[in-house]
Write a protein that binds this ligand. Structure first.
Ligand SMILES: C[C@@]1(CC(=O)O)C2=NC(=C\c3[nH]c(c(CCC(=O)O)c3CC(=O)O)Cc3[nH]c(c(CC(=O)O)c3CCC(=O)O)/C=C3\N/C(=C\2)[C@@H](CCC(=O)O)[C@]3(C)CC(=O)O)/[C@H]1CCC(=O)O
Ligand SMILES: NC(=O)c1ccc[n+]([C@@H]2O[C@H](COP(=O)([O-])OP(=O)(O)OC[C@H]3O[C@@H](n4cnc5c(N)ncnc54)[C@H](O)[C@@H]3O)[C@@H](O)[C@H]2O)c1
Length: 232
């Protein structure tokens, strides 16, 4: 069975175009802006939320209906090399035209009412700092994707933000100090069994962590870190 290929896309600083100014366009605009994209929205009208975002300098709004020129002139002139396009109007035929114009320029394109036309679809997301959990049903049931993501939110609480920061910091320090790759990987695996999350929940994590890094600075061998793991 054919299925979509999941990726984490970097849109920081990238120009993205959304066509349509309703609540779905607003939701997509917010998530793109949060990821650092420069968002342009083309529509004859906009939600109050999008107008607020324009006032805050978060998006640029063009008050016009879509014509394929919106994409092709800008791409041809090189003024706005869009990386990604979202067709979010309430008119299926217009959304299809947007898809065709975007596909002509090989742009990534999401059509909110025709997943079969889209080159990507958007999952429901849980974020905990560096941890991202994305849930997709491939368009079968967006409501189910959302429900499953809300369930995962209960299991993976806020403590995961500090936990991932901690794992990342240890990893960078150990990678810099310990040349033996296999030994490093063994340690990273062992660390996942330590009960760091309970410490974070109990509020006694920061002092333990600080002590550990100070000790590791003095004696950068993995035994130093392991000894702290045993103290948990
Ligand atoms: C995950 C999420 C992300 C986001 O939108 O950013 C998202 N939809 C969300 C919610 C949601 N969408 C809909 C409902 C009402 C209940 C229902 O109909 O089931 C709810 C539930 C709610 O709002 O609670 C209606 C709906 N959605 C699509 C269609 C058109 C169609 O299927 O033809 C229709 C019918 C319109 C109509 O009635 O005609 C299509 C798509 N929606 C997708 C993503 C992509 C597939 C994702 C997947 O399955 O993996 C895809 C294919 C394209 C895309 O948008 O990328 C977001 C959760 C945000 C969050 O987590 O907070
Ligand atoms: N993907 C999803 O998650 C999802 C969820 C619910 C609904 N939908 C579908 O998404 C579509 C949009 O939903 P909505 O609630 O935002 O609709 P809406 O009616 O609130 O907004 C549609 C917007 O498109 C604009 N528009 C219409 N024709 C246009 C044109 N030619 N050029 C530019 N803009 C144009 C309208 O002016 C309006 O601003 C609907 O087809 C709906 O079925 C998708």
């Amino acid at each position: 069975m054919k299925h979509q290929y999941p990726i984490m896309l970097d849109v920081n600083g990238a120009c993205c175009l959304i066509v349509g100014g309703g609540s779905i366009a607003e939701r997509k605009a917010r998530s793109l802006v949060q990821a650092g994209a420069h968002v342009t929205v083309v529509s004859p009208d906009f939600t109050a939320g999008l107008i607020d975002m324009e006032r805050n300098g978060e998006v640029v709004l063009y008050r016009q209906t879509f014509s394929s020129l919106t994409i092709s002139t800008e791409v041809a002139e090189g003024t706005t090399p869009y990386k990604l396009v979202i067709a979010a109007t309430d008119a299926a035929d217009v959304n299809k035209k947007i898809f065709e114009a975007a596909a002509q320029h090989s742009l990534l394109v999401n059509v909110v009412d025709q997943p079969e036309l889209s080159t990507f679809i958007v999952p429901s997301v849980v974020r905990r700092g560096k941890l991202v959990i994305a849930v997709s049903t491939g368009g079968a049931s967006p409501a189910a994707a959302r429900k499953i993501a809300r369930e995962l939110e209960q299991t993976y609480g806020d403590e995961y933000e500090l936990y991932l920061d901690f794992l990342s910091e240890v990893r960078l320090n150990v990678q810099a100090a310990v040349p033996d790759k296999e030994a490093r990987q063994q340690l990273f695996k062992e660390m996942l069994e330590w009960d760091v999350l309970s410490r974070i929940r109990a509020g006694s994590f920061e002092s333990w962590k600080q002590e550990m890094f100070e000790a590791f600075e003095k004696e950068p061998v993995m035994a130093t870190i392991r000894a702290f793991g045993q103290r948990l």
